[in-house]
Design a protein around this ligand. Structure first.
Ligand code: PNS
Length: 162
């Protein structure tokens, strides 16, 4: 069984993330979506909610498991017995940060590979932060998020803005 780990903050999971997961299933048999705490980014949703929303967004994709992880990514990948870390690349602007992360992870574990997949051009502009901005001013979300995730985002923003 080939296993890939797709780590991220997923605040919340977008169609762009789901597209990368679907593509990675052409290469590995199972994908673990590993939701990171990432306090640096001060996520809108807490860890439990982000896991729940990622499960909703990937429920139609066979071979996908969503779970939280804490600590060093390379240790988690080793513990999970995975073959590779999966990351999506949208545009050249992603490259520098992704390149640094991949090389750092390789330094921490020389046997670990990072596999980059190109997101569909349809989603190449999409980030969770931009989706939250659109949602915060009442914009339409159907092109970006699973409908249930969109509803949860609207509710969460109402709660935090009141
Ligand atoms: O969705 P993001 O915010 O781009 O994901 C970043 C993430 C969670 C993959 C990265 O911050 C990470 O791997 N965090 C775990 C701690 C770690 O191992 N850091 C060293 C590699 S950057």
């Amino acid at each position: 069984m080939t296993l890939g780990i797709y780590p991220g903050t997923f605040d919340p999971m977008t169609h762009g993330h789901a597209d990368v997961i679907a593509r990675s299933l052409h290469v590995v048999q199972q994908v673990v979506v590993a939701v990171a705490p990432n306090p640096r980014k001060a996520p809108l949703f807490d860890m439990k909610e982000r896991v729940e929303l990622a499960k909703i967004a990937t429920k139609d994709l066979p071979g996908v498991v969503v779970e939280p992880f804490e600590g060093l990514l390379v240790e988690y990948v080793r513990r999970r017995g995975a073959q590779a870390i999966i990351r999506g690349l949208r545009a050249v602007s992603d490259f520098e940060h992704e390149f640094q992360m991949a090389l750092l992870n390789r330094k921490l574990d020389k046997n670990l590979e990072t596999m980059f997949l190109m997101a569909s051009e349809e989603y190449s502009y999409l980030t969770s932060s931009m989706v939250k901005e659109v949602a915060s001013v009442g914009g339409p979300l159907h092109d970006f998020l699973h409908p249930e995730v969109a509803e949860r985002l609207k509710t969460q923003l109402r709660l935090t803005q009141s």
